[in-house]
Design a protein around this ligand. Sequence first.
Ligand code: G3I
Length: 318
Amino acid sequence: MSAKLADPTTSTLLLKNFSQLTAEAEMKMAAIVAPDGRLRFSGADAIMAYAQQNKLRVHGHALVWHKHEPEAFLRLDGNKPAFTAMYDNYIRTVMGRYRGRIPSWDVVNEPVNGDGLGLRATMWGRNLGDLGYIERAFRIARETDPSAKLFINEYDLELKPEKRLAFMQMMEALLKKGTPIDGIGTQSHINIDMPKGAAKAAFKDLASFGLPIHVSELDISFGHRRFDWRSVRTKRALQAEQMTDFIQAFMALPEKLRHAITIWGLYDSDSFWRVNPEDPNPDDEPLLFDGAGRAKPVTAAFANALDGTKAALHVDAG
Ligand code: G3I
């Protein structure tokens, strides 16, 4: 990402259209925790320097995530006191380094099982309790930077109502324990075939907590049907319709519940879904700009659906 920011064309497109930045990888454990347990910040610092120089707000992503279970933590698996000390120290050091400079963080990312059945089994949960690791991360985060807004971030909340239900049950349990959660991140990796009304139903449920909602990783994939004979033109039109439906549903929320909208990348050619090792789709066009930085039907749909309310939003680039 920091290499991409050094490209003047990319930087110009970014600064012209966005006011906030999320690092796609540089602020995650995989980038920060070295095999020997030392913490490295060159990538994260480069992103911060660029953002500060260009007056972009930064959204921190992500302190604790099931996909990144670094070797240094795995070595302490089962040794609760040592594991806990390393866990606390990680959150304190990372958040502390950017205290007062990163106004919002994804503290825990993707805590619910992919199939939507309850909480995900992780190394964090094994050592600190399935709900305990989440609660602890938020408490340490709050202590470390009381000015930062603390988010819990999850995917498929629009596409899978049963997963949303598990997420809501988890939220209720966490809030009942007094966990200092300030906002809900819905990643919103959606697709052109998502049923109409799905976004509206999701926002209605999520808004019931009265916490601000961050659309934290929005993109609209052409989907993963094996035999999809629809033309690219048709897919682009469906994508624009989906965007309108989605943004209108978000904008219908009361202003105080709309934290921001983040788009998960700038150019289609950089989208994670093109190269996703689990299911690569090299022809996907999920973002707002094509490989040459040109707008597409979905771009106009996005801008029109936001129209008149832009000032209330921070539109971000992942
Ligand atoms: O920085 C190294 C580079 O030095 C090395 O040469 C290169 C070779 O593979 O890898 C680079 O790191 C890659 C990094 O992206 C930066 O491009 C990692 O291998 C790669 O795993 C990493 O992928 C990111 C992935 O999360 C895992 O961290 C994607 O860019 C990012 O889009 C994706 O984002 C996630 C969200 O955090 C959570 N929600 C789902 C979303 C998509 O999976």
